[in-house]
Design a protein around this ligand. Structure first.
Ligand SMILES: Cc1ncc(COP(=O)(O)O)c(C=O)c1O
Length: 419
């Protein structure tokens, strides 16, 4: 990205000074709005408190209950809860049998973990650029990539498709490619809890071999840290459940012998990726509110759409006719290049006004690790790179009020010197 000298307009500076003056007279600290925040109420707190005195506080009956609730809500046959969303992705990579030199393709606009999970198991990562409108992996670019590998005698092992910001990927196109080129399909669903694809909230495990969720505090529902894998494949589910507990099994059908009720065997190396029962109690309580949270997020998005949609300086998130967006993020594009404003200066100014945006994401292929180890370079995925230059994730979480939204939106335009 070019490091342009910022051109903060006279209006912007005047606005900042008047705000500072007003704060001095009011003698109060302004509220700071971050891009995301958990929503925890007394019913959540009570659910956790109820579990703490139990005999079993790590993964036990409440975790299983949470898994059943996840299956019911997301329509998968199986669910396995895990320590976090990254652990869930690692378990998927292991359970799907990715190995050294396998090629796994994902989107450059995602969190590191969507790509790193392939590295964890020694596989090789590549990317396919995003669609300019939905910001999810472009099926045409993906097919080009698959053909490129085929032309060199290599079959792509798996694709990790990310329902970025809460907008589902083009799952019909992806499943056509899956049939044609026979790869495994993972849905990195961390942003899309509550999204719908063709009026179906339970689309996840219908299209993908495995689906991973994260319950990090900024996500739709939280367990502090936490994650899960959904699948309709009993073999994948069985392996995930063994691998998340050190590779230990008591399953009679797998044992070489049985010395007694204490007996277990380990046939492959696993990890401790368990989650606690008190976290799962929080998860159950939060899941009950997911519909309400999504409704609120959509109302906030509607407000921002109206506010920014008419102004030429912005591009609001597009929503395909096939989907209902879940708005984990509200990725607003600001045409900094055309406004001749430096994004870093804008960030600092907006922060002074009490709005702290985040940027999702620094394209993964531009990370030093990926440049050094795989030879990626700027210009490899131009749509993702342009998106990164313009994207800001502005505050979206259920407790924001109309007054908050007015303040946030006005600050965003005023800091750009707009009225
Ligand atoms: C798209 C995506 N995948 C994976 C993860 C990893 O989840 P966790 O932070 O729970 O490990 C995240 C979380 O930030 C994410 O946004």
């Amino acid at each position: 990205m070019k490091n342009k000298k910022s051109k903060l307009s006279k209006q912007t500076l005047q606005y900042r000074n008047s705000l500072k003056k007003q704060q001095k007279t009011d003698n109060r600290q302004p509220k700071t709005y971050y891009y995301g925040k958990q929503t925890i109420d007394s019913s959540d707190i009570n659910s956790v408190a109820k579990i703490l005195p139990s005999q079993f506080i790590t993964q036990g009956p409440v975790s299983q209950h949470f898994e059943n609730e996840l299956c019911d809500y997301f329509g998968s046959k199986y669910a396995s809860v895990a320590a976090n969303g990254t652990a869930a992705l690692h378990l998927i990579a292991l359970a799907l049998g990715w190995k050294k030199d396998d090629v796994v393709i994902t989107s450059p606009i995602t969190f590191l973990a969507s790509a790193n999970c392939a590295i964890f198991v020694g596989a090789s990562v590549d990317f396919a650029d995003i669609d300019n409108r939905t910001y999810t992996i472009d099926p045409n670019k993906l097919e080009e990539k698959i053909k490129y590998y085929l032309s060199r005698g290599k079959k792509v092992k798996a694709v990790v498709a990310v329902d970025f910001a809460g907008h589902p990927c083009n799952w019909d196109a992806l499943s056509t490619l899956k049939k044609k080129y026979d790869f495994q399909l993972v849905n990195d669903f961390c942003h899309a809890l509550g999204a719908e694809y063709k009026n179906d909230i339970q689309y996840g495990a219908k299209y993908a071999d495995a689906v991973n969720l994260s319950f990090h505090p900024v996500k739709h529902i939280t367990t502090g840290e936490g994650g899960a894998v959904l699948t309709n494949n009993p073999e994948v589910d069985k392996r995930i459940k063994i691998l998340r507990t050190h590779g230990m099994t008591k399953d009679e059908s797998l044992l070489e012998k049985n010395d007694g009720p204490w007996y277990y065997e380990m046939h492959e190396v696993g990890f401790n990726y368990r989650i606690t029962d008190f976290q799962c109690a929080l998860g159950i309580s939060q899941l009950k509110k997911l519909n309400k949270f999504i409704k609120k997020r959509r109302e906030i998005a509607e407000y921002y759409d109206r506010f920014f949609g008419e102004r030429n300086e912005f591009i609001i998130p597009y929503v395909s006719k096939k989907v209902k967006h879940a708005y984990h993020l509200y990725p607003l594009q600001i045409k900094f290049d055309e406004l001749n404003i430096n994004k870093k200066d804008y960030y600092n100014l907006l922060k002074e006004l009490g709005v702290v945006f985040q940027v999702h994401y620094i394209p993964v292929h531009l990370q030093p690790y990926y440049r050094k180890n795989f030879g990626f370079k700027p210009g490899d995925f131009p749509i993702a790179e342009k998106f990164y230059e313009r994207e800001v994730s502005i505050p979206i979480y259920p407790t924001l009020t109309k007054i908050d939204l007015t303040k946030i939106s006005r600050s965003i335009i005023n800091a750009l010197g707009l009225k």
